[in-house]
Write a protein that binds this ligand. Structure first.
Ligand code: CA2
Length: 151
């Protein structure tokens, strides 16, 4: 069990700002604001502060991972729950950022990517992630925060 008082970064990639507005059959009805509330409640249970972010831009996500690595090295960050969206399947830059920052990342997907199109089966993040959470809907965010806390 990690000491409380740290921050958890929840980082969301491209198009996740549209959550709850389209494709409810795949991603559910919860909005990103709902996800932020759910994450805040999960963090509160473990005494964590929440740093919740979303960006549609790969470089902004790379910068966030670098900042997370620095915060983890200082002892102020427990880890990152990262839904990189479609960049999961394309981004060598995010793979390199996680590896270079030496930061604890839980890769997260709302949907079960392995039950979907073959192009979603490939992840550049999984080899550098501590673990992978997929297919539990937005509840997966809370489960991932619990996993960081109970590790
Ligand atoms: O299942 C997930 O969480 C994904 O990371 C979501 C990505 C997708 O590219 C990954 O393969 C799996 C897509 C995020 C886009 O989210 C939208 C939400 C509502 C409407 C349109 C897009």
């Amino acid at each position: 069990m990690r000491p409380p008082g740290q921050t958890v970064m929840v980082l969301n990639g491209p198009n996740l700002n549209l959550l709850g507005q389209r494709e409810p059959a795949v991603y559910g009805a919860a909005t990103l604001a709902d996800v932020e509330r759910l994450c805040a409640a999960a963090c509160e249970r473990y005494g964590y502060a929440l740093d919740f972010r979303q960006s549609n831009h790969e470089g902004v996500l790379v910068d966030a991972i670098h900042a997370a690595g620095a915060a983890q090295a200082q002892g102020t960050l427990a880890g990152v729950v990262f839904n990189a969206g479609a960049y999961t399947h394309t981004s060598v830059a995010l793979h390199d950022a996680i590896k270079g920052a030496d930061v604890r990342v839980i890769e997260l997907h709302i949907s079960n990517v392995h039950a979907r199109e073959p192009f979603r089966h490939r992840s550049w993040l999984s080899p550098v992630a501590q673990g992978v959470m997929a297919g539990f809907g937005v509840r997966g965010y809370a489960l991932a925060i619990a996993a960081l806390a109970e590790d």
